[in-house]
Design a protein around this ligand. Structure first.
Ligand SMILES: Cc1ncc(COP(=O)(O)O)c(C=O)c1O
Length: 388
């Protein structure tokens, strides 16, 4: 840049020093609203909507693109988009592909706010949502009518861990020309690549394992070639913006996802297998255990298990007794979300498909972090001693 404004200055953003280019392994955090055009002709292209590059900050700068390209590769997708949270990725994807008169089939074990958005917001625009069984397969055909626009799956569900038969659903959906979106946060792209199985859009709450430290909120959606233009059109119209600092953190998380996930998986299996043989415990609800009702489906489609699962007690303890147990724990922090280095716990009852899950008993959901699994087990053991 040659022009200088004496009052505010005008920095020429340089990437070299001492005559040498400054290069780093990781992308720079590029932040900005205005993107400078090289010349008038480029600006004209942008005004006409034909500029091949990024013409404004809301479309995402190089840091956002670095994350999106990396996750897209991992998902075997056509294009990925970053969103400021997982729920934002979900709601925007649903908005992108529905219009008045459409009907959505939503699996009953989907993340609560996904259903809430469908009913509270989409219904205002005359988009109807029908709940389908959490462990649905080819029976999905009975729900399909001429208005059915898309199927939204979450497998396993992040509280109750039912698995859907992806192959059977894809077969029905393809025949009927209906798109399938899947929230695949539990597995991450390392343990399941939904697009390889015929799903059209894979969604991740990056907040969880991908970022890994419970220090950011972020989401992403990866689309296949078939629906890429429609998604691009929506994304460029709403100008959704995810800040570059979070994309940087998410990209850094992606680099260590494999080793972290293996550690989460190993510890979670150790805790789950220990729980399975405790007298006080009734069911351990972990898709990777042989006792899980859809274990064979999980084995067919998934290449690993993350660190989130639930268990129930044999006795139907009162809420107060559950509170005593939970409050006695020292290793498990109480809080929403999951997938970080710190072990977390939630405890509540659930209804699925119109029925109480596990007779209305509390499901104790554990997000196994990166602590020593033996210490986690010892903590649960002392916690059990306050019951009975
Ligand atoms: C399965 C699942 N999907 C999506 C989300 C939403 O993610 P975020 O917290 O990033 O909005 C959550 C959050 O807990 C979740 O459990």
């Amino acid at each position: 840049m040659t022009k200088q404004n004496e009052i505010v200055g005008w920095n020429d953003y340089t990437r070299s020093y001492g005559g040498r280019e400054i290069r780093t392994i990781n992308p720079t955090i590029q932040s900005g609203s205005t993107v400078l055009f090289e010349n008038f002709e480029d600006m004209k292209l942008a005004l006409e909507g034909d500029y091949p590059g990024v013409d404004y900050g809301t479309h995402g700068l190089s840091t956002q693109k670095a994350f999106e390209e990396a996750i897209c590769k991992l998902e075997n997708g056509y294009k990925s988009y970053a969103f400021p949270s997982g729920i934002s990725a979900i709601t925007n994807t649903l908005m992108a592909f529905t219009q008045s008169g459409d009907e959505i089939l939503l699996c009953d074990n989907a993340y609560g706010p996904t259903g809430r958005f469908c009913h509270k917001i989409l219904e205002k625009y005359n988009v109807k949502t029908t709940h389908i069984e959490s462990s649905i397969g080819s029976e999905i055909s009975k729900y399909i009518n001429e208005n059915t626009k898309l199927i939204f799956l979450e497998s396993p569900g992040s509280n109750t861990f039912e698995i859907q038969d992806i192959a059977a659903i894809v077969k029905v959906a393809k025949k009927a020309g209906i798109m399938i979106i899947m929230d695949s946060t539990w597995a991450t792209p390392l343990f399941l690549k939904p697009l390889d199985h015929g799903i059209d859009i894979a969604i991740q709450s990056v907040t969880k394992y991908i970022s890994g430290y419970s220090d950011i909120l972020m989401g992403c959606a990866t689309v296949n070639e078939k629906y890429a233009d429609q998604f691009a059109d929506y994304f460029n119209t709403v100008e959704n913006y995810t800040n570059p600092q979070d994309c940087y953190v998410a990209l850094r998380g992606l680099r260590s996802l494999k080793v972290r996930l293996e550690a989460h998986q190993k510890s979670a299996y150790e805790v789950a297998r220990w729980l399975e043989v405790q007298d006080i415990v009734d069911s351990v609800i972990h898709p990777g255990l042989e006792s899980h009702p859809q274990h064979s489906l999980w084995k067919r489609d998934f290449s690993g298990a993350s660190g989130l699962f639930s268990f129930t007690f044999k006795k139907a303890y009162s809420t107060e007794q559950i509170g005593l147990f939970v409050n006695s724990l020292e290793m498990f922090a109480l809080g929403f979300s999951w997938g970080g280095y710190k072990s977390l716990l939630t405890a509540r009852t659930y209804k699925r498909d119109g029925k109480w899950v596990h007779d209305g008993k509390h499901l104790i959901r554990l997000s196994i972090g990166l602590e020593d699994s033996q210490q986690l087990i010892a903590d649960l053991k002392q916690g059990f001693s306050v019951l009975d």
